[in-house]
Design a protein around this ligand. Structure first.
Ligand code: NAD
Length: 253
């Protein structure tokens, strides 16, 4: 028996990094998982790997900045699993630039992927979570939603929004039995972190080494973050809502 037996979950951004690990961990705990991503081939590979291990998973291509795609992703999960009780909003992008250097289109993209998507996915998913008596939503924020960081204006804005949207949604939907929480990862070894080195034009190895400088003296792994998500969606967190759990090796301690 897994702790999530019988649960039906959507994980956005599930083709890579933290989303991929989260899909695998939730499926390993017994949940049926709909892996949603722009990258359909990547999402299908994640779902196939879950099925090979005896789990239940499907893949769905969606751009989570688009209302119609978010609606379709929720409908796909409902069709496949017969209901929905768990949503992990993990899709994200970063543009390393300050206010002077940031292009308007990049501001819009970062805000749309990181923040607007949380609204759109909840817009379509919450009525179905409510219909089955409640559930759990976990939004993936960032330490930079709780403090500022250099050359990441839009990203900091978007993740600050995610932290406070989590609180607002917890207030709105608690009475429907829906818990809404946030995980704020520190630097975690994923393609996004390596892309930051390229955007900043710095040596990747040096950037990763500097990113590992924190009390626990290493980068996070995607599984470090996925285990926190597992706790927050599980019944072990039955009285936890509106909160942001920092998982960062002490980085912002
Ligand atoms: N890696 C870190 O150090 C770190 C730190 C703090 C927070 N985070 C957050 O964790 C989350 C996952 O990041 P990651 O590091 O695993 O990155 P990643 O780049 O490995 O994965 C992000 C995934 O999101 C998908 N995606 C991007 N735009 C999308 C869209 N419009 N629609 C659907 N899918 C889309 C990508 O295709 C990709 O599969 C993000 O929200 C990120 O901001 C990451």
């Amino acid at each position: 028996m897994g702790t999530l037996d019988g649960r039906r979950a959507i994980v956005t951004g599930g083709a890579s990094g933290i989303g991929r690990a989260t899909a695998a961990v939730l499926a390993g705990a017994g949940a049926a998982v709909c892996v949603v991503d722009l990258d359909l081939a990547g999402a299908e590979a994640v779902a196939a790997a879950i099925r090979e291990r005896g789990g239940r998973a499907i893949a769905m291509r969606a751009d989570v900045t688009r209302d119609a795609d978010c609606r379709a992703a929720v409908e796909r999960a409902l069709d496949a699993f017969g209901g929905l009780d768990t949503l992990v909003n993990c899709a994200g992008v970063i543009r390393r630039a300050n206010a002077v250097d940031l292009a308007e289109a990049d501001w819009d993209r970062v805000m749309d992927v990181n923040a607007k998507s949380v609204y759109l996915m909840a817009h379509h998913a919450v009525p179905h979570l409510a219909a089955v008596g409640g559930g759990a939503i976990v939004n993936i924020g960032s330490g930079w939603g709780l403090k500022g960081g250099p050359d990441a204006l839009a990203y900091c804005a978007s993740k600050g929004a995610v932290v406070n949207m989590t609180r607002a949604m917890a207030i709105d939907h608690g009475p429907q039995g829906i818990r809404v929480t946030c995980v704020a990862p520190g630097d975690t070894d994923t393609p996004m972190l390596r892309a930051e080195a390229r955007q900043l034009g710095v040596d990747e190895a040096a950037f990763l080494a500097e990113s590992a400088e924190r009390p626990l003296a290493r980068l996070g792994t995607p599984d470090d973050i996925a285990q926190a998500v597992l706790y927050l969606v599980s019944d072990a967190a039955a009285w936890v809502t509106g909160t942001t759990l920092v998982v960062d090796g002490g980085g912002i301690a």
